[in-house]
Design a protein around this ligand. Structure first.
Ligand code: 6OG
Length: 162
């Protein structure tokens, strides 16, 4: 039944430093997920590709300007109180110009990839993060209660392409 649900498209971008030992997260200051640390992203607009949307949201929310973003995974979120599933395309940005700036939406901060602040992130993140760090492409599906904290069911698969 879930598979027939309408989906809404989102992006989520994790900027990495050149050694890939640190990742830039932003503390979301307003809207969905406010108070949590996350990558940078948002809704994809009708006239753009998913990658273009990822690059645009990265710039709007962090100040970093990337020429490209690398696909890492696909996350599907189902909230028990929402009839629309979230389809979130996950990217890493490894080359960009600019320096992180605080925006109305996000307060950016670097974290070591081996000491991630999962207790301040969405509850799904610690589940798929190790796959992404290994360089595996992944597809995950997570069913959340309306409290936006409790995961009642999850699936995570490594895939060969996205
Ligand atoms: P705006 O409302 O800011 O787009 N997002 C999630 N990210 C993670 N890691 N876990 C979740 O678990 C998420 N749900 C949504 C996708 C929302 C942003 O938040 C991400 C977008 O980057 C449920 O336009």
């Amino acid at each position: 039944a879930h598979r027939a649900m309408p989906h809404r498209l989102y992006t989520l971008v994790f900027p990495m430093d050149s050694a890939r030992s640190r990742v830039l997260l932003g503390m979301k200051k307003r809207g969905f997920g406010s108070g949590k640390l996350n990558g940078f992203g948002g809704k994809v607009e009708p006239a753009e590709t998913v990658e273009q949307g990822a690059i645009r949201e990265l710039a709007e929310e962090s100040g970093l300007v990337a020429a490209a973003a690398a696909r890492c995974g696909l996350l599907l979120f189902y909230f028990e109180d929402s009839p629309v599933a979230m389809e979130v395309h996950v990217f890493q940005a490894r080359e960009y110009s600019g320096v992180p700036v605080e925006t109305d939406e996000m307060r950016p901060e670097w974290f070591g990839v081996d000491s991630m602040p999962f207790d301040r992130m969405w509850a799904d993140d610690h589940i798929w993060w190790p796959l992404m760090m290994r360089g595996d492409l992944f597809v995950g599906r997570f069913w959340f209660k309306a409290d936006q904290v409790t995961i009642t069911r999850s699936e995570l698969d490594r895939v060969d392409s996205l």
